[in-house]
Design a protein around this ligand. Structure first.
Ligand SMILES: C[S@@+](CC[C@H](N)C(=O)[O-])C[C@H]1O[C@@H](n2cnc3c(N)ncnc32)[C@H](O)[C@@H]1O
Length: 266
């Protein structure tokens, strides 16, 4: 039986291993994104290619966030720092970006990457989404890329996100959600959890959790991938799914990447 602690440990070990071996994303190979075609090409021209390709996301929260100079941004599960770096470039010297991640190896890599691009308006803090090391009412925009699905206690994550946002603040998140409830065999598989599949919840439940903590104007829209991306993700998810109990095609049909926005009332 997967517990909150075992899920955190499995996920942390998984991502520590991924970053140490310089591999991308969730599965045995690259599952969420291999080429970083998720971001507009133009957006990535401002960062070196090794930073642009060290990405474990499933979407583009930067475009979704529409960041402005001077804003304070918080990235939930900042990984190797790509979204923090892009956000820091958007908010400029008068803005500030905080990345939070529970995997020390990710924090170290993110700090190295931020130094490489000479950005002084970013800091990375070690911590959990379920207990954010951030003061209340201090953040203008929260971004996150393929992380909330990995949390064993999403209600706590949304509570914490709501707490740290300033009144009128925005949440702009790329995440994996499902259409329907996943079979128990998938839910209980820790490797599928680390691979961004088992932890994903139904979009309707995701919305209900956000509403229950106070978020308003909530929107969840699917990101449409081309066939090549879908096929490659299916191939990479092979290990994370017990194909005796469900076909990959069925899982993939039920699990999708979404653009999610919501606001804390002013
Ligand atoms: C799929 S990766 C995404 C990383 C980054 N957002 C990106 O797009 O490259 C998930 C990241 O979230 C972190 N993470 C997962 N669950 C977390 C939690 N409950 N609290 C803090 N960090 C978490 C992992 O350590 C990992 O770095």
């Amino acid at each position: 039986m997967a517990t909150d602690t075992s899920i955190h440990e499995t996920v942390r070990e998984h991502y520590a291993e991924r970053i140490k071996s310089n591999a991308s994303c969730c599965g045995t190979d690259n599952c969420c994104d291999t080429t970083n075609s998720l971001y507009p090409e133009q957006l990535l021209t401002t960062v070196p290619s090794d930073i642009a390709s060290t990405s474990y996301g499933c979407g583009d929260p930067i475009t979704l966030a529409s960041l402005k100079p001077g804003q304070t941004v918080l990235d939930l599960g900042s990984g190797a720092g790509l979204d923090c770096i892009l956000a820091a470039q958007k908010v400029g010297e008068t803005g500030h970006v905080i990345g939070v991640d529970m995997t020390p190896e990710m924090i170290e890599r993110a700090q190295v990457n931020a130094k490489k691009v000479n950005l002084n308006n970013i800091e990375f803090r070690h911590g959990y989404l379920e207990s954010l090391p951030v003061d209340s009412n201090t953040v203008d925009v929260i971004i996150s890329n393929c992380v909330i699905n990995l949390s064993p206690d999403k209600e706590k994550v949304f509570n914490e996100a709501f707490r740290v946002l300033a009144p009128g603040g925005k949440l702009a998140v790329s995440d994996i959600v499902t259409d329907g409830i996943l079979p128990d065999a998938i839910k209980q598989s820790l490797s599928a959890w680390a691979g961004c599949v088992a932890g994903a919840v139904d979009a309707k439940d995701y919305i209900a959790m956000m509403e229950s903590v106070g978020f308003t104007d909530i929107s969840i829209k699917p990101v449409l991938f081309d066939k090549e991306t879908v096929d490659s993700a299916l191939a990479d998810m092979g290990d994370a799914i017990d194909l005796k109990t469900i076909s990959r095609e069925d899982v993939y049909k039920a699990v999708y990447s979404a653009k999610i926005t919501a606001y804390k009332p002013a």
